[in-house]
Design a binder for this molecule. Sequence first.
Ligand code: FMN
Length: 499
Amino acid sequence: MAFRSFQDFLEQIERASELQRVSEPVDTDLVIAEWANREMKSPGGGKALLFEKPIIDGKTSAFPVAINTMGSRKRIAMALGVNDVADLAQEIQLILKAKPPTDLREGFALLKQGIHLLHARPKSVREGVCQEVVHILDSNQPSNYAGPARTKYQTSLLDLPILKCWPKDGGRFITFPNVHTRDPESGARNVGMYRMQIFDERTTAMHWQVHKVGARHGKVYYQRGERMPVAVTLGGDPALTFAATAPLPDGLDEILFAGFLRKKSVELVKCKTIDVEVPADADFVLEGFVQPGEMRPEGPFGDHTGFYTAVEDYPVFHLTAITHRRDAIYPTTIVGPPPMEDFYMGDATVRIFLPVFKMNFPELVDMTLPPEGVFHNLVFVSIRKQYPYQAFKVMHGLWGMGQMMFSKYIVVADEDCDVHNTSEVLFRLCANTDPVRDSTIIRNPSDSLDHAPTEQNIGSHMGIDATRKLPGENYHRPWPELLKMDERVQRIVDSLRKN
Ligand SMILES: Cc1cc2nc3c(=O)[nH]c(=O)nc-3n(C[C@H](O)[C@H](O)[C@H](O)COP(=O)(O)O)c2cc1C
């Protein structure tokens, strides 16, 4: 189900008792972040928070702050208009089943085609509420403008209630942006979530990491020596914000995918100062460009790894206009030691795309990325094992799939292991493995944020086969049977305990 606006979504989660309003003034400098961190760490992800009077530099912002809006299983399902994200997995499965693909490439092509047919194609419109208020910046003004603040235009980046999240952060960061770019050669659109550090009222950093599609688009512009138009949207239907974080294959349009998720086309309106279309329902649109070759130190930033990411050079985003709804709400999140809001987003992604993984690995029963692994560090998989070394085949396959390449540890267990129960997986891992025989270490690209590898972006990954061993797997004794109580006895005790 599509939401009319971000506000509409917030009203729905409020009706479901999933949102807490905070009416007293709260500082955007660390205080909202600390409040949200405690909420995110409470059982099941706590509630979404709506700070009605966020304070920036001692003044109350004109825009409220919403945070932790997708930080629970219930809220992420509500954001995507379903009771459970498994319903979306089922729809994807139906598309894939229509004509069983023979390999992964064909599977994604088919998924794209199927999604396209389903009410998902975006629609261009002439007007959008995201442009109810328009502030076009003087494009001749230098980007290192140091003159009096806010004299040339009414709303600048400094008026948005952008958080400073952790004490040693290099400044304030936009943490929930949908960054819209185009491949200048193919025309393919991409929307990714890449944080943006505020440098001044009209410039920010653009933190697209080297493996991400925004960075790839940027490289093509740099090679052509052309200025890269970039639009950033905040708010609007949460389906697009979720889609921007999903590791879709390069070329599968997030706006199309958002249309599929919300079961309604996303309406797009032309930006005022750049040739980019953006969702008409967004709360804020930041229009601007990235100049080829221009880099600036970004960070430090308290990251989803649970550590500060060091200062590094990243491209610079120059603002040419801010447009927004009259009643805009600023959406944000914080990342840090797990679990945080992003865990629920990543978890939903894995559950929605499970059919795509299963299509490539028919033996795959279930898969999860537990919160302790902050996405890429830890993957638990269960398989129906038929032949020797099948667990290794699955690990290598996963390491070859898009952002799964970053998976630092993959543990494969048998089908009867509940991978969502970390203690059960650890039990299997400890009990069923001989480390030399059952592990493999490979070289692969690493997540740019991983501070452990000797060199950034490259490292080693470990796979552990915690399945029971079959003949041919260098195990020469009878495999013992796992203890399990008789079902008849279980039933007796069930009824005795009821009485
Ligand atoms: C809250 C949040 C913040 C993120 N920040 C960044 C970031 O700053 N840089 C980045 O490259 N990826 C970041 N990501 C991950 C990307 O959004 C994710 O890898 C996405 O799939 C990238 O899209 P792309 O494949 O179209 O580039 C973030 C994800 C979340 C949930």
